[in-house]
Design a protein around this ligand. Structure first.
Ligand code: PRP
Ligand code: MN
Ligand code: MG
Length: 179
């Protein structure tokens, strides 16, 4: 894995197993109704691809691109829409798919933005969640793993756009980001 990574935090096998559990919970909760999965680019691409294939429910997919980090490791608090949804979500059962909830700023913003478009329901599934997210009052029903506040990469998560293609979630060596 090279010198840039410190350790593997969550293996590919652990991710697969947890996504299978989440998918069966989601299938049960929606009772066979069609789900619109809204992936948040770019981090959520891997979770979206694997969760969608683990679900038995009929799904459609749409994508939103927002960014709060830029190239750094700190959330700036400014959420920008880089790409909006292609479809109208009014009356649909919408499930936001995220790779990680860190400060919770991105998700809070997304929930209010998408919530105002009158979906039939609006849920969230995230692979990872950090403790800071608990400071923001967001109800997230589907969480893969609660992880410590370390900088993590892989499985969609980047540092300066790199490492998204790692099949596992790893922690980054502090020297990489000057920590
Ligand atoms: C990351 C991550 C989440 C968000 C979480 O996205 O993928 O979308 O930050 O952080 P928060 O809870 O503190 O708001 P980023 O803005 O880095 O864009 P990316 O998905 O393209 O990497
Ligand atoms: Mn993201
Ligand atoms: Mg990022």
């Amino acid at each position: 894995m090279g010198d840039d990574l410190r350790s593997v935090l969550i293996t590919k096998e652990q991710i697969d197993a947890r996504l299978a559990e989440l998918a069966s919970g989601i299938d049960e909760a929606y009772g066979g109704r069609e789900l619109l999965l809204v992936g948040v680019l770019k981090g959520a691409v891997m979770v979206m691809a694997d969760l969608a294939r683990a679900l038995s429910s009929p799904v459609t997919m749409d994508w939103m691109a927002v960014s709060s980090y830029g190239a750094g490791t700190q959330s700036s608090g400014v959420v920008r829409i880089l790409k909006d949804l292609d479809t109208d979500i009014k009356g649909k059962d919408v499930l936001i798919v995220e790779d990680i909830i860190d400060s919770g700023l991105t998700l809070s913003w997304l929930l209010s933005n998408l919530g105002s478009r009158e979906p039939a329901s609006l849920g969230v599934c995230t692979l990872l969640r950090k403790p800071d997210a608990a400071k923001v009052d967001i109800d997230v029903r589907w969480v893969g793993f609660d992880i410590p506040s370390e900088f993590v990469v892989g499985y969609g998560l980047d540092y300066a756009e790199k490492y998204r293609n790692l099949p596992f979630v790893g922690t980054l060596a502090p020297h990489v980001y000057g920590g």
